[in-house]
Design a protein around this ligand. Structure first.
Ligand SMILES: Nc1nc2c(ncn2[C@@H]2O[C@H](COP(=O)(O)OP(=O)(O)O)[C@@H](O)[C@H]2O)c(=O)[nH]1
Ligand SMILES: [Mg+2]
Length: 393
């Protein structure tokens, strides 16, 4: 078997060789861990799949096709945008009958270890578990999840689990859009539990909260007094606080931390209407408390389904998603518009030298944006404004 270098079909037309990657040829006729029988087997990595191939493959639970579909979504090539959206439209009726759980916590809190323990437990109980990562830092660091993937060794080998690392590059908004689509694709492929991991560094939590039903914050002991840098805002998003590493000598401290958190929670707004957020303890290493926290998730689901809040929140989340996609599109168009870009460059210089007040600068920029908004994007204005690209583009 030979591996080869080839251009993936999602590479932008005018891109250079930096997009080339090494691909191992799959073996003909071998399915990749899916449960059901009928399924499309790509004959080679280069073979193009039609929309029907993707749809049938995903609905049959074919992991290889699922992974390729996700890659299609993560591609920024405009010619992929339309088929990708059509695929989502077709798959949407097959999504939703699931539970989506977000897991956050500072690096080292034990998120990956916890997901491995919980994921294996759920797979053994007959669930199919998808693990996604939303890593707001991945565009800077080049992605930190690879190390995690090797850590989730048992789960990644489990035939009922699917682990997808964070899409790298792009804005956090872009990452969310892709993560939400990835989540829907996984659900259509039959994964009934979706675990979304995010690093507790700020923005990521709100993003993940907007995608999930249940939000779990993993914390460590010795935290009660200063809440170990976790902002009150994050605690207020939580549906449960889980003090991890409650094992060995640390067990006592964990119980103390649990009591401290419960005291703090008493004074905060709960993350979900009609639900009381509490603190629990577990050891992701020994597995103690993992089944109990899942019981909490199930109890939560029962309660919010009864109250109607479950569906209402999903509906509101979808609407917020629509809004954020529209905003992102507008922002991109503004950023790409040469007249706005030129104005922005000009204003930057004048603000720096103090030639213009911030308020006046904002006014000028707004004027340029409003003017540009009624012009087709990327058409230079008649006064010959040069095309300026941002360094952040
Ligand atoms: N003693 C103990 N160690 C744990 C536990 N959970 C995770 N760890 C360890 O904590 C470290 C960080 O865990 P990891 O899952 O990578 O944290 P993440 O950065 O939040 O994903 C690893 O060395 C784990 O083995 C636990 O419940 N008990
Ligand atoms: Mg991790």
């Amino acid at each position: 078997m030979q591996d080869e270098t080839y251009r993936p079909d999602w590479v932008p037309e005018d891109a250079g060789s930096q997009f080339a990657c090494r691909v191992m040829r799959g073996r003909e006729g071998v399915r990749n861990g899916a449960d059901s029988a009928a399924c499309v087997v790509p004959s080679s990595p280069a073979r193009r799949l039609s929309l029907e191939d993707y749809e049938a493959g995903i609905l049959a639970g074919d992991r290889m096709i699922l992974a390729r579909a996700i890659t299609l979504f993560e591609s920024n090539a405009p010619r992929h945008a339309e088929p990708a959206q059509e695929l989502v439209r077709r798959l949407l009726p097959h999504t939703g009958e699931t539970i989506r759980v977000g897991i956050t916590g500072v690096p080292g809190a034990g998120k990956s270890t916890f997901i491995e323990a919980l994921g294996c437990l759920l797979c053994d109980r007959g669930h199919r578990v998808a693990v996604l990562a939303v890593d707001p830092s991945s565009s800077v660091s080049g992605g930190s999840i690879l190390g995690d993937k090797t850590r989730m060794e048992l789960l990644s080998r489990h035939p009922r689990a699917f682990i997808r690392p964070s899409p790298s590059g792009g804005t956090l908004g872009g990452v969310t859009r892709k993560s939400r689509e990835t989540l829907l694709l996984c659900e259509a492929a039959g994964y009934d539990v979706v675990l979304v991991e995010t690093v507790g560094v700020g923005q990521g939590e709100t993003t993940v909260r907007s995608m999930v039903d249940f939000f779990l914050v993993l914390v460590l002991t010795g935290a009660g007094d200063e809440l170990q840098g976790i902002k009150k805002g994050v605690i207020e998003l939580a549906d449960a606080i889980l003090v991890n590493k409650a094992d060995g000598d640390n067990r006592r401290n964990a119980l103390v931390a649990q009591a401290d958190y419960n005291q703090v929670l008493h004074y905060l707004r709960p993350g979900t209407e009609g639900w009381t957020t509490r603190a629990y303890t577990c050891s992701a290493l020994t597995g103690e408390g993992i089944a109990d926290i899942w019981e909490v998730v199930l109890e939560f689901r029962r309660l919010v389904r009864e109250s109607g809040f479950f569906q209402r929140r999903r509906y509101l989340q979808t609407l917020a998603w629509v809004e954020s996609m529209a905003e992102e599109h507008l922002r991109n168009r503004m950023a790409q518009n040469p007249a706005v870009a030129a104005c922005r460059e000009d204003i930057r210089r004048r603000v720096l030298t103090g030639d213009i007040s911030p308020t006046a600068a904002a006014r000028e920029l707004i004027d340029a944006m409003e003017k540009a908004f009624f012009l087709p994007a990327d058409v230079p204005s008649s006064d010959g404004v040069r095309s300026v690209r941002f360094s952040s583009d």
